[in-house]
Design a protein around this ligand. Sequence first.
Ligand SMILES: [Zn+2]
Length: 112
Amino acid sequence: MAVCAQCHRYEWQFQHGGAHVCPPRWQVYEEGYHAGWDEARSIYARTPDEAAEFYAQEADEGGDYDIVAGRSTPLVHVRRYGDEGGGHAWFVQGETVAHYRARLRVSRILDT
Ligand SMILES: [Zn+2]
C-alpha cells in the first residue's frame, strides 16, 4: 500500500492490474480566514463536502482543535478546480472519537 504522490489522500495498491485514479480536485477557502478564491487551497476529494471536511480537519489539527471542541463552525467555500463560479459553502462541525488503551500492569507479571 502507498499514498498517491499527487492527491496525497488515498492509499492504494496495484491489484488485478488496476491503476489508481485521483479523485476530483477542488478549490477551498474559509470565510473570514482567507480573502477569497485567490487564497484558496487545492484539495483532492471525492465530493465537495469531503473537500470541506479535509480542509477543516487539517486546519483543526494544526491549531487548538476549536472545531472538535465545538468552539468553531467554519464556513468553507468549495468549487471544482478550474471553475469560475461561486461554488457552494459548507458549515463544518467535528466531534472527538473515544480511544481506549490497555496497559499491562508489570507487578502482576513479577508475582507469578
Ligand atoms: Zn491520487
